[in-house]
Ligand binder design. Structure first.
Ligand code: AMP
Length: 285
């Protein structure tokens, strides 16, 4: 395990280091993040170290994936704490580009992902997945990793990135990592720190509703009535608005009326001012 994570602020320095590692035969694994790191991110770093020699973690709060009324300005930023966590987790490099480095004046290219980006978060966050696809493509081209890791916590994002990598022949393997949860079921998220104690007590209901639905869907229940019931339960618990609660095919993300092959139940809901997302797998029995 490395004592200190090397910190890179310029692309030239990052490339020189990563190229040297690659030429030495090291397998390089990229973990893109927006910082405000928690144990869920560190599980990705641990997985990176388990499957590769070098873990490169990017920290970049990407302005182009936030809508005008979203939380870009107040998104938590704590680079020094993040670097300490990365050193303890054994990350080899932290890539900390500025907005100007990523989007110098004259930058004008955007990637428009296909159907995987439609509906769900794509419907309520217009332009979000185009921003994600563009920045992730840049990060992959900057680091040129063998593998890039993404959490299943952002399941639609994972599927969008898989489709971009496939369609554009990017020379990287994408791996999903299961969602790390608190003991009460709440998925770890940088946005959980926005929750006040009352909201934090309500928040695990999100996962409880998904888990209950997944169990019934796995036994052949019809999706529509379960969705209506789930929304009512969440609203009664104090969530609102529920932006979506949907059952989708796990591979194509097409809507599913009754589960016949692996599916996902996905949700986005506000709790006070905080938008939470989560999803669980449905494996038919
Ligand atoms: P973010 O900093 O929110 O962009 O997340 C960076 C990466 O960490 C993304 O691939 C997320 O899906 C992943 N991630 C975030 N929270 C979790 C979690 N609770 N468990 C596993 N992966 C996570």
């Amino acid at each position: 395990m490395s004592d200190t994570t090397l910190r890179f602020d310029t692309l030239e320095a990052l490339r020189a280091r990563v190229d040297a590692w690659r030429q030495g035969g090291d397998r390089i694994v990229l973990v893109p993040t927006m910082g405000a790191l928690h144990a869920g991110h560190l599980a990705l770093v641990a997985h990176a170290k388990a499957i590769g020699r070098r873990a490169v973690v990017s920290i970049f709060v990407n302005p182009t994936q936030f809508g005008p009324n979203e939380d870009f300005a107040r998104y938590p930023r704590d680079t020094e704490t993040d670097l300490g966590l990365l050193s303890r987790a054994g990350a080899d490099a932290a890539w900390l580009p500025s907005v100007e480095t990523m989007y110098p004046s004259g930058f004008s290219t955007r990637i428009e992902p296909g159907p995987a980006a439609e509906g769900l978060c794509g419907a309520v966050r217009p332009g979000h997945f185009s921003g994600v696809a563009t920045v992730v493509t840049k990060l992959i081209n900057q680091v040129r990793p063998d593998v890039a890791l993404f959490g299943e916590k952002d399941f639609q994002q994972l599927q969008v990135i898989r489709s971009v990598v496939r369609d554009l022949d990017l020379a990287v393997t994408i791996e999903g990592v299961p969602t790390l949860r608190e003991t009460d079921g709440l998925a770890l998220s940088s946005r959980n720190r926005y929750l006040d104690p009352r909201e934090r007590a309500i928040a695990p209901r999100l996962h409880a509703v998904l888990a209950d639905m997944a169990g019934r869907l796995a036994h052949g229940a019809e999706a529509a009535p379960l969705v209506a019931e789930g929304i009512a339960v969440l609203e009664a618990a104090g969530f609102g608005p529920v932006q979506y609660l949907e059952v989708r095919d796990a591979h194509t993300l097409a809507p599913v009326a009754r589960v016949e092959r692996e599916a996902r139940v996905l949700v986005a809901a506000y709790l006070g001012r905080t938008r939470l997302i989560d999803n669980v797998a449905v494996v038919p029995v």
